[in-house]
Design a protein around this ligand. Structure first.
Ligand SMILES: CC(C)(COP(=O)(O)OP(=O)(O)OC[C@H]1O[C@@H](n2cnc3c(N)ncnc32)[C@H](O)[C@@H]1OP(=O)(O)O)[C@@H](O)C(=O)NCCC(=O)NCCS
Ligand SMILES: CC(=O)OP(=O)(O)O
Length: 330
């Protein structure tokens, strides 16, 4: 069974409630109908019912709860909670009330309040506008130092990684992580790989250099991050700095990084910054026709996950299933 079918099976076994704030996007409505039909999760769609029905174009919406953030009894309570949380940062009651009419903020608050177990958004909003409300309201989990974002990548007919399954991180949130942040992203991604994929993580700290073949401050950061990650998690199979071919291909690893237990077998790829992390996942998705689910957040107190604006309805179904499985572990 492939990765996403496993996620769907797990989600069905202990059904959670997921809010989808972008209720007027046809891909989101199609995905919502599919999720409910297959009993993957209960769904709350946000928006005006009339507009959601228009976007559904006749699709069956029975069993889906609809809430209009601009017209709901929950508004005053949610605005007040948001004001209390943010007043030290200059929030006013008026601004909080306006903000809670925004579907993304309102959806995150549904998760905060426990009405929904998780949220998936980003089909028609930028990542910054999707993740900022989550970082402000849900915040970092008590056992994490920071929030980061990964893609679960499934490459068809691929002999590398875990039968073509990989985590790529950070591909969505942290723009230019320090060496210490990079080490945290690597350790968090390994933990996530073990819990979601159920296999031993082998973490490659990627660079344009393998074991000193290139010299630059950009390489130094990855070398330092590798050292810090090894100190913090000595039992982890983690190595760097490695080029992508040395990380993935055993024959290349044998010549560029002989003796490495990770080189040639990596299934968790840690990118040095968001330029390469985001470009890298999109190249693999489009050129290798890989399934790409994410950006999925790790280190956040409750599951909130993003999408690419280029996503398809089936990607949304996959991210909803992953979100529901994350909610089972909270
Ligand atoms: C998401 C993003 C907007 C957050 O940036 P920011 O400048 O820190 O934004 P804000 O200051 O408004 O941050 C909101 C809150 O989140 C917190 N935060 C930001 N990054 C965080 C992280 N990685 N982990 C935990 N908390 C974080 C901030 O401390 C802040 O908390 P506060 O308001 O209570 O002080 C920014 O990191 C970003 O634009 N990332 C790239 C997104 C992107 O374009 N991706 C490519 C497409 S996938
Ligand atoms: C994840 C990502 O790159 O999002 P978008 O394509 O919406 O910018």
């Amino acid at each position: 069974m492939n990765f996403i079918d496993q996620m769907i099976e797990k989600a069905i076994a202990d059904k959670k409630t997921i809010v989808l704030p972008e209720g007027t996007d046809p891909r989101v409505v199609t995905a919502a109908a599919e999720v409910v039909k297959r009993k993957i999760a209960n769904v709350i769609l946000l928006g005006k019912e009339e507009e959601i029905r228009k976007a559904a174009d006749g699709a069956d919406l029975s069993g889906i709860k609809i809430i209009d953030p601009e017209n709901t009894d929950l508004h005053d309570d949610y605005s007040n909670t948001f004001y209390e949380m943010r007043k030290a940062k200059g929030m006013t009651p008026e601004k909080a009330s306006e903000t809670m009419k925004d579907a993304t903020y309102f959806g995150v608050m549904l998760v905060k309040k426990g009405v929904a177990d998780g949220m998936v958004s980003g089909a028609c909003h930028s990542t910054a506008n999707t993740l900022r409300p989550a970082l402000q309201i849900i915040r970092t989990a008590p056992d994490a130092k920071m929030v980061s974002a990964f893609f679960l990548i499934n490459v068809p007919n691929c002999e590398y990684g875990e039968n073509g399954t990989f985590i790529f991180a950070d591909s969505g949130l942290n723009i230019n992580p320090s060496a210490d942040e990079l080490s945290e992203i690597a350790i968090a991604s390994a933990k996530t790989f073990r819990s979601l994929v159920g296999a031993e993580p082998k973490v490659a700290m990627l660079s344009f250099s393998t074991k000193g073949s290139g010299k630059d401050a950009l390489v130094d950061k990855v070398v330092e991050a590798t050292k810090l990650a090894k100190e913090k998690a000595p039992d982890l199979l983690l190595d760097g700095e490695l080029q992508a071919d040395a990380a993935l291909v055993p024959a290349v690893a044998a010549s560029k990084a002989p003796g490495s237990k990770v080189a040639g077998h990596a299934n968790v790829l840690i990118f040095p910054d968001l330029n390469v992390g985001n470009i890298g996942y999109k190249l693999v998705e489009r050129l290798a026709k890989a399934e790409a689910y994410g950006p999925i957040l790790q280190g956040i107190a409750k599951p909130v996950n993003d999408l690419s604006r280029g996503c398809k309805a089936e990607d949304i179904v996959g991210v909803v299933a992953i979100t529901a499985v994350q909610a089972q572990c909270k």
